[in-house]
Every structure is written in C-alpha cells, then in structure tokens.
Design a protein around this ligand. Structure first.
Ligand SMILES: [Cu+2]
Length: 250
C-alpha cells in the first residue's frame, strides 16, 4: 500500500515536471481543486532546541541615526531565538503529499513591513500567485533586495514612510531571502508554497497545520541557521496528529 502510494507520488512529481512547463502555481495547478475550508485533519506539534544556543548578537544601528532613534533598548539578532528549550521562527510546512490538489491563493496579500529598521515578520509564508505587500513604516530609506533563486529577483528603494509596493512569486520556493541594501542587519525569509499549509513557530515552539485533506505527508521544518528536518505523517479525516522536531546546538 505504502509502496503503491510512493509510486503514485513519484509518478505525480514526474508528470508535473514534464507535462506542465508553465510556471503558474508552482506546478501544482493541474491538480483537483481543494478548498481548505473543507479539510478536517490537523498536524501540530512543537520544535524543541537542545543545547546552549549562541548568544544573540547585538545589532548596531549607528549607520542610520533614524534607525537608532527608533530604539531605546538594545536590539538583538532574531536569527536564533530559544526560550525554555523551544525554537522560534521555524517554518513548518507540507513538503510532499498535496501534489494531486490545486489551491486558490487568498485574495488578501501577505505582508512584509519594515518597522524600527526590522522586517516584520522575520519568517513568514505565502502562496504562489498571492500578492506580497511590502511597506516602509519608517521615516528612512529602505532598499528591499529579494534574493530568490527560483523566482525573479527584485531590488527597489522605498524612500518614503508609508510607501507600499506589491510583488508576486510565480513558483514554489522555500525560502526566499530578503535583505536591505542600506541596513546590513535587516534580513527576513518568506516560504512560497503552492498550498496554504504552513506555520511559523512562536516563542513556545508550537506549530499547527489545520484543514488538511486526509493523506500521507512529508512535513519539513526549516530554520535559517540549523537547516531542515523532515518527518512523515499520515492523517485521516478529522485526525489530529502531533509530531515534534528537535534542533541541536552546533
Ligand atoms: Cu533598511
């Protein structure tokens, strides 16, 4: 049974590449449309961290007095955030198992806001063909430089507070890095998926992937410093399965 499913999955993956050269929807648009509102399975869990994480580096904003003036307290790197043995800012998503479906991107845009000379969120997710709204919330010049590898890169300035620009990604990419060319400490990551099943761990390390169709899934957890881990999970309708990931200090 599992072997048959695996063969089907492989056949699906190969067919996708050969039969659908168009980049639209990351190669998943040919599947059966699935409305997440009708999905009843859930995969949730936590991302733990073992060992002592390196102390977060303090960010020095001396290069821009406007950025400096926006912070009264010291500001630290968000690269590794561990509290009570739980790892924050881990992007957890369905890597495999949804190939036979297609999903409509939400009308609501995903957002990246630059505030206090930081990107908010530091790690986020969105769908292929969903709009990404990028806003400058600061009274200083930011230059958004997108370092995508599978999607088109872009690089533009936002000199004015309140300025908004929209971008769209046409294919799946985990993760797309963004950096600011003016403020070297500014970086963030966005996972672009052909489906809406992703979650970013908060302070408690928890994640939830709700409204899944039943199926066999490969779930991947991505962290910008500690890399990726995957796990397999099978859910039936109305199932809730718990899985956990553990990253270790290097
Ligand atoms: Cu900037």
């Amino acid at each position: 049974m599992l072997a048959a499913l695996a063969l089907l999955a492989i056949a699906g993956a190969c067919g996708r590449k050969e039969e659908e050269p168009a980049p639209a929807a990351g190669g998943a648009a040919a599947g059966t449309p699935f409305d997440p509102a009708t999905g009843t399975a859930t995969v949730g869990g936590r991302v733990a961290f073992e060992g002592t994480p390196a102390a977060a580096a303090q960010i020095k904003m001396t290069a821009d007095p406007v950025c400096m003036s926006l912070h009264k307290e010291p500001v630290y790197s968000e690269q590794v955030l561990v509290s009570d043995g739980k790892l924050q800012n881990v992007f957890v998503y369905v890597k495999e198992g949804l190939e036979k479906y297609s999903f409509t991107p939400p009308a609501q845009p995903a957002t990246i806001t630059q505030e206090g000379c930081h990107y908010i969120p530091h790690v986020g997710g969105m769908m292929v063909n969903q709009k990404l709204k990028i806003t400058n919330g600061d009274g200083t010049l930011h230059n958004i430089h997108c370092w995508a590898e599978k999607n088109k890169q872009f690089n533009f300035a936002q000199p004015v507070k309140g300025q908004e620009n929209e971008q769209v990604f046409r294919t799946t990419e985990v993760m797309v890095p963004f950096r600011c060319d003016v403020h070297k400490w500014m970086s963030c990551f966005v996972g672009v998926l052909p489906h809406p099943y992703y979650s970013v761990t908060g302070k408690d390390g928890s994640f939830t992937l709700k409204n899944l169709p039943p199926g066999d899934y490969v779930i991947e957890a991505w962290h910008e410093k500690y890399g990726t881990q995957t796990q397999k999970v099978t859910v039936a309708d109305k199932d809730t399965k718990e899985i956990s990931f553990t990253f270790k200090a290097t």
